[in-house]
Design a binder for this molecule. Structure first.
Ligand SMILES: NC(=O)c1ccc[n+]([C@@H]2O[C@H](COP(=O)([O-])OP(=O)(O)OC[C@H]3O[C@@H](n4cnc5c(N)ncnc54)[C@H](O)[C@@H]3O)[C@@H](O)[C@H]2O)c1
Length: 365
């Protein structure tokens, strides 16, 4: 019988919230070799690397490369040995894409192009999964919602499927959307096994949420730290929430069933059973922690979807994947992360002054 090759997994953006959860899963549940490629530009993510280093122990299975996806040579070098690539590195916020669209364009579109070009040129056709976003669907052209006490309601809405027309809105929507189309087309044109995940709101442990991105974590941490926040709009916006552990299972499902998923695009999210409005989440947080999050309201932000719920039936049909963890449980896991890591939250060290970065380059563990 042919011996199974050891997986050699490269995660661009692997120090981040989602990437570090994927890497941890691979290090602790599989015998994969894991290479993380990250420029540590997201505040706080060096803590995730420390966590991964511990998980890898002395196994020698974790390699950390400090690099930038805009650097063609560095990307090519990283890709050379990879049998699987998860491309998560990104400028992740709509707000910062509006203030600096060139930076957003160069990281999200040119950076993604560098990754798939390196994969095309390396010659061994690695599996590639790209994390796109529901923002590629714009404001969905929804009619006026019904208003319930705490949320907007669309009584017959069963979720957004992949048949929804693309409508890029905001520089972030444009850069991720264009990258999403490139990744998808590289499967058709060059026969690369690529998969695109268009994800809605992901939440869970290792997330350093801010007002700009990672709103569920931002709400919870702000309540715990008694810091008032700003809500843009009236707080009745509805989102579906997917726990990061469920997302990691979806990554694995997409890889295991790559003979079906290659060349496909999937909407990934918590679905109709895992929705919450902003106001409802504030209530849930209060029940969980005993702290009422203080907030003031401001104008709705341009491009903000009033209602987004994922129809994930396509990936369910193709791989049998579906979410297993609800919104409340996701919040409990986040709370547990916060409680176990109070040191991080009491002294958030700016990334610029972080020196461990150089120690971590090269093979860890
Ligand atoms: N979290 C969500 O709710 C969500 C929803 C939809 C899509 N996504 C996408 O998923 C991916 C991961 O998101 P996340 O929440 O883990 O974000 P994150 O900010 O925690 O992780 C992104 C990582 O990429 C790194 N990075 C940024 N620019 C880089 C560059 N130029 N070169 C190398 N590394 C760079 C950052 O340091 C960070 O570690 C992103 O592509 C994001 O657009 C996330």
């Amino acid at each position: 019988m042919k011996k199974q090759e050891t997986r050699s997994v490269l995660i661009f953006g692997g120090a981040g919230f989602i990437g570090s959860n994927l890497a941890h899963h691979l290090l602790t549940r599989t015998d994969a070799r894991v290479q993380i490629f990250d420029n540590l530009s997201r505040a706080g993510v060096h803590h995730n690397l420390e966590w991964l280093k511990k998980a890898a122990g002395s196994s020698g299975r974790l390699q950390v490369t400090l690099g930038d996806v805009r650097d063609v040579k560095a990307v090519e070098k990283a890709v050379a040995q990879a049998s699987e690539i998860y491309h998560l590195a990104a400028q992740v916020a709509v707000t910062t894409s509006v203030t600096d669209p060139r930076n957003d364009f160069e990281i999200n579109l040119c950076g993604t192009f560098n990754v798939i070009e390196a994969a095309r040129k390396c010659g061994h056709k690695p599996f590639i999964l790209f994390t796109s976003t529901n923002k590629v669907y714009g404001n969905l052209g929804l009619s006026e919602p019904e208003i319930a006490k705490q949320r907007y309601v669309y009584p017959n809405h069963r979720g957004v499927s992949e048949r929804q027309p693309l409508d890029f809105h905001s520089p972030y929507g444009c850069s991720k959307g264009a990258a999403d189309q490139y990744v998808h087309d590289y499967a058709r044109i060059y026969d690369l096994p690529t998969v695109v995940f268009r994800m809605s709101c992901i939440a869970g442990p290792r997330q350093f949420g801010t007002e700009d991105q990672g709103w569920v974590a931002h709400f919870l941490y702000s309540a715990l730290q008694r810091k008032p926040i700003v809500i843009y709009g009236d707080g009745r916006q509805v989102r579906d929430v997917l726990c990061v552990h469920d997302l990691v299972r979806a990554f694995e499902a997409a890889h295991v069933y790559s003979y079906v998923t290659k060349g496909q695009t999937y909407n990934i999210g918590g679905g109709v059973e895992n929705t919450t409005s902003l106001l409802e989440l504030i209530d849930t947080i209060e029940k969980l922690t005993g702290h009422r999050l203080e907030f003031v309201m401001d104008e709705r932000r341009p491009g903000d979807q009033p209602f987004y719920v994922t129809d994930f039936s396509k990936i369910q049909r193709h791989t049998a994947w579906k979410p297993e963890i609800g919104v409340k449980k996701t919040l409990e896991l986040l709370l547990q992360f916060w409680e176990e890591n109070r040191r991080i939250f009491s002294a958030r060290v700016p990334v610029e002054s972080f020196t461990l970065a150089t120690e971590l380059s090269g093979r860890a563990g």
